[in-house]
Design a protein around this ligand. Structure first.
Ligand code: CAO
Length: 434
């Protein structure tokens, strides 16, 4: 480890140019060729990349400063990479730029937007060259097939930023997600954007930044809500007998100091029986909309409420596990989720999800499908209710079920058949053995 200074390299005719953006801060970990600052002359702008990798120790410039060749930008505590000579200047029409490495932010790697090509097929290459954008944004746009000449810039002097490109893609994909792209007054769905409101005019407020899980979950749920035509089927299952069995089982668990079993593991088993009886619930729609992919495995996503937000780890091969094994798995994944120990693989490969709010309360809700699954089961809190048995009202413990399904794949009749089937399984769990 060593502290090394990074200075402005030979930038040709650029002398005493103004820094219009500082792209890093103290403590940032940077790679060689990551952009550090953007400078701008009367004619052009350019990003100045780092010649080395490490951690930013001290920043010696700020926005508005003027720099020339040799000006000190910052100092870096280097890792293994030795200092490299600065990369060569790559002129560009309208704007001269130094090449810089840039990759989409983590959120883009889970976003469907980044994986799908833009629907726009023809790129006007001449106009693309003239667009006012730094190299990292050009590279990003080229990778995604976005014609920069169609993107409105929100940066200084209408410079196009990576956020503008993302906003443009969201608009053309019809996701209707809010973007800073000023080119359109409406989102892709024609939904007017929410106005920016200064709430402090009515009283004291505090602005809190959303954490990464909140942001990713928000984007994911919004995408699914807008892309998938949801229908929610409500039902309730008489779990009086199941509950008597569970209580007896838990007494035995207590004797051997094992942990208690909750109704959720029985529900997981009933869902797997449902997926076997109605295989269309165990499919995913091909993005072309032409084909269904039938899954022959039974991995269930379980929504877990954590202090950082909602996560949905997967419990695999639910069909092959006993109730006690499932109970252990459930404890393990929910503990890992709450202790932030889940790995990306723990969140992938599910077939169908369950969102259980039964331990909290509520009578019913409309869960959002965890696409590419085609359905999700919401479970609310069971309660004693008077049920008419043909002769009299009898007290029965009723469990509310809310099944949201993708109406492109599942018809309403099958939605009702599935919840009726689940209720039947839970009413008499001996049926799960059939
Ligand atoms: N009806 C009545 N009681 C229920 C119940 C139900 N449907 N489900 C659970 N309970 C009881 C349990 O038996 C337990 O009681 P005891 O302590 O007396 O045994 C208590 O409620 C707490 O259960 P739990 O919530 O800790 O355990 P679980 O196995 O039912 O659920 C988990 C585990 C991880 C799913 C849950 O803790 C959780 O995070 N739920 C929230 C999911 C969520 O946020 N969904 C919303 C997503 S947005 O759509």
């Amino acid at each position: 480890m060593a502290i090394q200074e990074v200075r402005v390299p030979d930038i040709g005719d650029f002398k005493e140019v103004e820094i219009i953006e500082v792209l890093v801060k103290v403590g940032d970990s940077i790679h060689a060729e990551d952009s550090l600052i953007t400078v701008e002359s009367d004619k052009a702008s350019m990003e100045i990349p780092s010649p080395l990798a490490g951690t930013v120790k001290e920043l010696r410039v700020q926005q508005g400063d003027r720099v020339s060749k040799g000006s000190l930008i910052l100092s870096v505590e280097t890792v293994t990479n030795p200092a490299k000579p600065p990369p060569a200047l790559t002129p560009n029409s309208g704007a001269a730029h130094l090449p810089s490495a840039s990759s989409p932010p983590a959120s883009m790697s889970v976003s469907p937007v980044a994986k799908r090509p833009s629907p726009q097929t023809v790129v006007d290459h001449e106009a693309f060259k003239k667009a006012y954008a730094p190299p990292s944004v050009r590279k990003f746009a080229r990778e995604l097939g976005v014609d920069l000449s169609r993107v409105a810039g929100s940066g200084r002097k209408q410079r196009i930023t990576q956020e503008d490109v993302k906003g443009y893609i969201k608009d053309v994909m019809g996701l209707g997600l809010p973007s800073k792209n000023a080119a359109t007054a409406h989102s892709g769905l024609g939904i007017p954007r929410m106005p920016e409101i200064d709430f402090s005019q009515w009283g004291e407020v505090e602005t809190v930044r959303l954490n990464r899980i909140n942001k990713l979950t928000g984007e994911f749920l919004h995408r699914n809500w807008l892309n998938v035509p949801h229908v929610t089927q409500f039902d309730q299952a008489d779990i009086t007998d199941l509950e008597a069995f569970r209580q007896a089982l838990n007494l035995e668990q207590e004797k051997i100091k094992a942990s208690k079993i909750t109704p959720l593991v029985f529900i997981m088993k009933a869902v797997v029986a449902g997926l076997k009886a109605y295989p269309r619930f165990n499919t995913s729609l091909d993005p072309s909309g032409e084909m269904l992919i039938q899954k022959k495995y039974y991995h269930l996503g379980i929504a877990v409420d954590t202090p950082d937000g909602l996560v949905v780890p997967i419990i695999r091969d639910v069909d092959k596990k006993s109730l006690l094994q499932l109970s252990d798995d459930l404890k393990e994944v929910s503990t890992k989720a709450r202790e932030r120990r889940l790995k990306p693989a723990d969140l992938q490969g599910g077939c169908f999800s369950i969102s259980s709010l039964g331990g909290i309360g509520g009578t019913q809700f409309t869960p959002i499908i965890n696409a590419p699954d085609v359905a999700i089961l919401g479970v609310s809190k069971s309660s004693m209710q008077p049920i008419w048995n043909g002769k009299e009202f009898v007290p029965r413990l009723m469990l509310p079920l809310s099944l949201s399904y993708d109406h492109r794949v599942i018809d309403g009749a099958d939605g009702a058949r599935f919840t009726t089937f689940l209720a039947k399984m839970l009413e008499d769990i001996r049926r799960l053995l059939l």
